[in-house]
Design a protein around this ligand. Structure first.
Ligand SMILES: *Cc1c(COP(=O)(O)O)cnc(C)c1O
Length: 402
């Protein structure tokens, strides 16, 4: 029976979508198929599959059934027509950019993109003769002005890492389309539960599946999806040749994680809001960054384009790195690690995690204080998490005063 995914809500999609074509032998769960190659007795059928005339699988670097089930689920959650996956989020980003950019092209983006993405902009694209213009994140007038000077690609990320700045996707996509640019959004922080950039006029949406999609910090992956199948096909072709393919075991873990995506994100953002409000009351905290706070500069736009404010927040502490060094080891229920989007609360200084590739000067230019701590809220009971932060801050006062 063909299931009608357009008619059901996102929570139902997260659980059911994209799986039915891959269930074999009456299994209720998608199997992991680690086979590198797929065999054919009929030489004509093999040929037809190989040239793409008939559906099927040839070789694991190109396609794999378990990986395709993941792509199908993501595609349905983002309301896209096509999706292709990658070994990591960075592979998704780099392969997408390298598919479309050639020497002499110009790309416009923002200063606060993910650290690895920023490195592509500052190190690798200039080296291949692509002009990169990075605008102040959240400065829509500047983005509009710079885009109107002409560009092949407009690349956005919202909310951003680590100060959760917000860009108006619909308005900027419109500006990008006016100059014929390909508009790409990294939707990792928002997840398809909170934000669907394709509905707002964007061409391609990227995720690091390593983060919220997988949700358990045990598998790496990335994905690109869009409504123009030819664009996605071009990226797929670049990836199948350059080889940054998603592993079927990772696909299985991420697929399993995605069945609870909506539940995890709902809890994570509920926790994030409560934690943000509590942190505002701590005397050692200079500033709290969370788009769900009405004082956040991106609050109105976030409210317009997101269904929830997400599980990511950050805060700046007084006395910078010294406080960070004292505070974080005192937390009992938080991993001190570079990851985000997992079921456990995870903390880290921006200088060590998202923006470790940058120099202190570069971080300062991006408005990232050295005492900035990023929090990825987990699904724990928020009372325990707040109590944990309280005891850590209290311990800090003892240490500082003695
Ligand atoms: C982690 C992350 C990436 C990179 O993903 P990997 O799977 O680590 O390669 C890209 N964009 C954002 C917003 C991220 O948080």
């Amino acid at each position: 029976m063909e299931k009608k995914y357009e008619q059901v809500k996102v929570d139902t999609k997260a659980v059911w979508a994209g799986e039915q074509d891959y269930l074999v032998h009456g299994a209720t769960q998608v199997p992991v198929i680690p086979s590198v190659a797929f065999g054919y007795d009929d030489m004509d059928e093999w040929y037809d599959v190989a040239i793409g005339k008939k559906k099927g699988h040839i070789y694991g670097r190109n396609t794999n059934p378990t990986v395709q089930a993941f792509e199908d689920k993501l595609k349905i959650l983002e309301g896209a027509k096509a999706a292709t996956s990658f070994s990591t989020g960075m592979a998704a980003i780099s392969n997408t950019l390298y598919t479309f950019l050639t020497p002499g092209d110009r790309i416009v983006s923002i200063k606060d993109t993910y650290g690895g993405t920023n490195k592509i902009f500052t190190e690798f694209l200039p080296r291949m003769g692509v002009e990169v213009a990075l605008c102040e994140t959240g400065n829509h007038e500047e983005i509009e002005k710079v885009v109107k000077q002409g560009c092949k690609v407009l690349y956005l990320e919202t909310p951003t890492n680590p100060t959760v700045k917000i860009t108006d996707i619909e308005a900027m996509a419109k500006v990008g389309k006016e100059v014929g640019a390909l508009v790409i959004v990294d939707n990792t922080f928002a997840t398809p539960i909170n934000q669907n950039p394709l509905e707002l006029g964007v061409d391609l949406v990227i995720h690091s599946a390593t983060k919220f999609l997988g949700g358990h910090a045990d598998a790496l992956g990335g994905v690109v999806c869009g409504n123009d199948s030819e664009l996605v096909e071009a990226i797929y072709h670049y990836r199948e040749i350059n080889g940054a393919t998603m592993d079927p075991w990772a696909a299985y873990l991420i697929l399993r994680g995605m069945k609870t995506l909506h539940l995890r994100v709902e809890r994570q953002q509920e926790n994030a809001m409560k934690l943000a409000k509590y942190l505002q009351t701590e005397e050692m905290v200079d500033a709290v960054f969370y788009p769900g706070l009405e004082t956040h500069p991106g609050y109105d736009i976030a409210k317009k384009q997101m269904r929830g404010f997400g599980g990511m927040l950050s805060f700046a502490v007084k006395d910078g790195v010294d406080t960070v060094r004292e505070l974080l080891p005192k937390l009992e229920f938080a991993h001190r690690a570079a990851n985000l989007g997992a079921v456990e609360t995870t903390v880290g200084p921006a200088r060590t995690t998202s923006h470790v590739e940058c120099t202190p000067e570069e971080r300062a230019a991006m408005g990232i204080p050295e005492g900035l701590i990023r929090i990825s809220c987990g699904i724990e009971n928020i009372e325990d998490i707040i109590a944990d932060f309280k005891q850590a801050f209290a311990g800090l006062r003892t240490t500082v005063n003695s």
